[in-house]
Design a binder for this molecule. Sequence first.
Ligand code: NDP
Ligand code: GDR
Length: 327
Amino acid sequence: MKRAIITGITGQDGSYLTELLLSKGYEVHGIIRRSSTFNTGRIEHLYQDPHDPEQRLVLHYGDLTDSSRLVTLIEKVRPDEVYHLAAQSHVRVSFDEPEYTGNTTGVGTTRLLEAIRMVGIDTRYYQASSSEMFGATPPPQNEDTPFYPRSPYGAAKVYGYWMARNYREAHGMFAVNGILFNHESPRRGETFVTRKIARAAAAIAQGKEQFVYLGNLDAIRDWGYAAEYVEGMWRMLQADQGDDYVLATGTATTVREWVQYCFDHVNLDWEKHVRFDETYLRPTEVDALIGDASKAEKILGWKAQTMPDELARIMVEAELVDRIDSV
Ligand code: NDP
Ligand code: GDR
């Protein structure tokens, strides 16, 4: 039985990846942060009793800022695969907390890579790199596109990307960068724009709210479906060698068009319900991200199936029936 560690198991991607690995027969070890309230909502449906001798999902307390804990966990679990998904992942928040974002999203990566090297196990490592690293470089973006990050988050991810590559080149580690474009789902954090708009469209249609306040409607993003992207992560670690891959749909959608998709789905005129709030603008914006995932298709046989208009429908539908684990 293969054993995997997932950092960020309580996040959107962590929950889908856990489902996938359990379905493939893995023993999955997740690192969770201690918090005064439960933060395991997205994986609650996967919970397994620790007293069950067949238990294949095990949760451990840990934090990316605590190197010694990362070492003891790697030593204890001795995983075949490590999926490093944990991060302060909100771009707008990274402008408010640049140092914390650098410490977790950036240096946290080094702590984990170094823990693996110190323990000396032969493990395959997945780094959650991001299209935000391309920032101001115009689309289409692929594995050879130069980085030009536009936020503390983007800069921290560029550092993490190069650390993963350096451990591959310097120490021979099987380290992979998955350069993922935006991927969404009914489990997306509520403050990311797709979920915020899907929730608002449903709440307004149900008469619970009247308006949603947004920032830049002109930004272009390449929105895919998170459940499909975790399959791509897994395939990257099954390849013959460690490499870097873009995952994207190749489809451009503005925030305004996303708003339209969501409001059309509930038969509402969005212009009557969307208001501007400058709080949601970023000091430096990423204007356009459109990915070219042809390398992943050619080498991994991975291709995005769900396009943004269909994804908007899935997300609004999930809000209307008020359940997050349905899709
Ligand atoms: P989420 O924000 O949903 O999840 C982040 C996870 O990281 C949560 O489990 C969170 O725990 C955990 N975490 C945050 N800080 C720490 C810390 N200091 N120590 C331990 N755990 C921590 O992100 P996604 O699932 O959307 O994304 C997964 C990864 O992929 C992230 O690294 C993100 O930056 C990257 N990425 C995401 C893309 C996307 O479109 N979704 C695109 C490209 C890259 P808690 O639940 O306690 O907050
Ligand atoms: P992003 O996602 O910054 O691309 O990072 P987000 O959904 O936060 O923003 C997308 C675009 O929408 C614009 N926008 C708003 N954004 C938010 N959050 N709230 C608003 O009210 C709003 N109004 C307009 C933004 O300016 C932006 O242009 C996500 C994260 O998951 C990262 O971790 C990941 O690396 C990248 O995707 C790829």
